[in-house]
Ligand binder design. Sequence first.
Ligand SMILES: [Zn+2]
Length: 659
Amino acid sequence: MRIAVLALVLWSSPTLAQRIVIDAGHGGTDPGAVGCGLEEQAVVLDIARRTATLLRDAGFTVDLTRSDDRAVSLSARTNFANSRGADRFVSIHANSNAGTPATGSETFAYTTPGSTSLNLRDRIQEEMLRAWGLRDRGGKLANFHVLRETTMPAALSETAFINNCGTDARYLGDATRRAQMAEAHYRAILRHYGRTPGTVTPPTPSTGTLLGVTFEDAGRGLEDTSMRVSGAAVALDGRSERATSADGTGAWSFTVPAGSYTVVATRDGFGEARRTCDVAVGGETWCSVGLVRTSPPEPEDAGAPEVDAGAPTEEDAGTVPTVGTDAGDEVEVDAGSLVPPERVAASGGCSATGGATGFGLWLFVGFLALFRRRRLTLSALAGLVVVGCATESREGTSAALLDETQVTRIELAREVAPFASIEGVTTLHPDRRFLAVEVAPTGDRFALSAPGFATLDVADETTIRTLAQGPARGFAPRWRADGRALGVRTPGQSESAVPHLALDLEGGEVAPITEPDGALTWIADDLVRVDVQGQRRDVSLSGDRPFDPRLSPDRRFVAFRGLSTGLYVHELATGRTLHLGEGGHARFAASSRHLVFERIVDDGHEITSATLWIADLDAGVTAPLTGGSGFDTSPSLATNGTLAWLRDEVLHVGRLHLR
Ligand SMILES: [Zn+2]
């Protein structure tokens, strides 16, 4: 018994929980494939959310790259998973083709996959076939962005063809079938980890849900179901199912094969009530029943008819659409502009001063981002709130203390004509291809990540050699100030400013690489945590999930990325926050005033453009640094102004010139 309890504790402890990123393809401005009245983004979101719920119940830590209909760039999806140190990445899609609609399920791994990715791919493929029984299109290999640029084993499932209205799209459009597909992904991941999937209530495609409430019919019939009657016996005429309408809400439900049913409700003091309703496969049919009182309430019955305004009413009648109705709260959306007290309470440990003004306050607030959908409809308004931390004395107080002069709005960076350029550009090791580069602070060496992030090379102008190999070793290496050692990732390492492992240039292990002044920034509980000279600040991004934080050399700024909203730079002393738009891989110049970053645009499947940008944080402006047809990514700056980046995956080096 004690062992069992211990095992349970160990299993449920966060350090042991496997972190799975479930990626619902497309969303927002990009609906993905469209066919048979369905949008890919909606059906795969439903499957992804159901999968996440099953996995969480099984003890996994699950991150969804989106939990509603919003645009998330491919670069943000992979960089988020990499930054969070996820153990597996599973992307869920629906297929489509030109010409005669095809049919079937297929699953992809990267073109040069590891055995773990292949195992994950094959389990998913097997379980999808088992769940839906569509044509086996096989396990395949592909150079997809989300498979190529993830540091962890990854797979991408194409569940079915959304343009095949005969079978595939019918399954995709059916809530019960989608639940089966979610269970298939859940079972695949458990089996991939050598676990036996628990019993999930098998969703049988022939059934639907018949549900409703019992209420007192005071003469208005179904027009008013608000007077709920609890404790009625509810049965289906000619069948054995029995239920008692629940206390408080008078709610009852049955799962039954499709067909026509007569609900019979009885209760002391009321006449028997009957109502006939048709149940559709996979749907929810509301069939509330009104009871007519035959005798005045008995003393113990005084409060019997329950009123519960919050319960579902008959207005919900009909088949309730299930896409997007699950409770999912991955992303907190604050419609209002003031920081809710619970949000502040969540940022425990906040004790820094509010800056030059001498008193702290929730420095923030209120930014509405419009996610514009195609067809010119606005699908979502997300309220974004960035919260600078408060002094201890003000902590726990609420908006009543909010002084308007202390409210700093998020400024959208203004896009201006180029004010900087790259001079003296050369290419190094042009026969080699890389995913990322970090120039050493000294400007004379480069840490280079090979495709797959499993190899970290170190190069100078003439030589190149491998420093580390293994999962995630090549992701976000961190140079020591003297350029003689590198912090490298270990698998599953979550977002910490200090990589656990540090190696000198000969590959020998050395002390972890910390900042000379001990300053740190990292992510915990979806907060950007900053520790400067022992003072803790928490910065939250309500309405989005922050990741990849980076402190400026002078500790004035913390730059971070929002999963669906792009790049931010938060000024710690003032609470001013600059929103730079889509962007990633932000690197500060030695002056801390300028920041270079990459802006990567995609079409939902592949990258369509990639350019380098520069921000002047004092002026609040951004401008392009590169242009043309090449894909420019992964900028980094040395103390002396040497800029290294990748153009079409080849190492380029130049000098940043400010005009
Ligand atoms: Zn897709």
